[in-house]
Design a protein around this ligand. Sequence first.
Ligand code: ADP
Length: 515
Amino acid sequence: MTRCAIGVDIGTTSTKAVVYGSHGKLRGKVLGDHAVEYPLDTPVPGAAEQDPERIHQAVVAALHGAVIDAQVAGKDVVCVAFSAAMHSLIAVDAHDAPLTPSYTWADNRAAPWAERVNAEHDGLGIYRRTGTPIHPMSPLIKLLWLRHEHPQIWKRARRFIGIKEYVLKRLCGEYVVDHSIASATGLFNLASLDWDAGALALAEIDPSRLSTLVPTTHRMKLMDAAQAHALGLVADTPIVVGANDGVLSNLGVGAIERGSVALTIGTSGAMRTVVDAPQTDPEGRTFCYALTDKHWVVGGPVNNGGIVLRWVRDEFAAAETETAKRLGLDPYDVLTHIAQRIRPGAAGLLFHPYLAGERAPLWNADLRGSFFGLAMHHRKEHMIRAVLEGVVMNLHTILPAVEALIGRTHVIKATGGFARSPMWRQMLADVFDREVIVPESIESSCFGAAMLGLYAIGTLKSLDEVAPLIGATYTHRPEPAAAVVYARLAPIFASLPRQLEAQYRAIAAFQREAI
Ligand code: ADP
């Protein structure tokens, strides 16, 4: 008999379920897993939507597949807990049928409504009460868009829910939303742990059209034995509602003690750190989302992570990519090796990586990328190095906002595709002038969910018991000479975008008309 906990992460491209040992020496060890992918649809420009029922089916298949892969008995599963991507919105009718797709965080169609809320409705005040930046990703802003642009759907909609609520309703028969997913809707008051009256008034909805709020440790049961059987579980398996994928990732990489920062650079990027009470930024630069009622995650997401290096690979490095392929090498390794030939600071070349506009800390979709400081002595190598440095320096610009709220940070837990590169990891240590630790490669949101589940059922007495279960693969310490160079360049890097606001707006407007 091997007792185990399952973490399920409902992500944007797939749902993953991972089975972890829950007791004794096997606690935290991966016993099996299964992932099921699904598309992210873009039927019109700006859309990024998904079929909720397809995702429900993926959750069922992933859970069942993981139980089979781990070869565990349903009765030995001590809990199943859920992670999910933030900010999704689905309208459902009185019979619980979806009237819309699931509009994901990446859907941009509500952008004009974000601008309007900022200009006319004290966007900063709403953010400071709810912790969610005013942005088209936010369900509050999507509700305004839906009400104005799709009034027929609005009238028929009995409820507005997120993707996790949809799945849990199908599995457990209840509409509940955890404080964590709720804290990323723009509708939840961080101080009262209840729906925010002002935000609901702006959206013109009352709480009866939203799910029942519950703590992230809330436990439920599956609907019946048949349902349990389809999942490979038993009917009384505790189902723990869980939290959102970002905050669970902090738990899953062992970054919940004060001063420890989780930093990820995958396609996009994010920086997150945990405090024991909700905190928001007077300038609106950071988010604040719940992990538990005593753990709050403060940080910022960036659009421009590894996607920028991918752009360099595809647009500028065709020859290098070809050579890499011929030699059986990863093109990204070739690019980072080229960059390594150049000293830190790229001989005074800076790159602002805003190819996709930017979220934190400036929250401005009109930002655009640029090289600054180009001179005759710069070669292509310098440009590649400057791109890598620009991605890291951009994340570094979030640090002052985070440290203004929580005090000095001292260690970075780094994850995401970029962490495969030793030189990019060292660069992170040097730019931030902090120790960088790469946690053992695990599905951090699934792991965080499973561990929160064990805490919810009392198997773990404290979330502080999680970090010791996580090994480290690499550690990097800042090299003092490089840190000095970056400390000189960082203020130049950070000051430029603030001075160019009007010019960014003008060039973005030009591009919208020209393409
Ligand atoms: P996602 O966020 O979509 O899950 P990943 O976490 O796998 O994606 O990150 C993908 C990004 O990681 C790529 O766009 C690339 O910039 C970066 N990356 C992947 N492999 C390497 C590598 N060997 N060296 C440097 N960067 C890499």
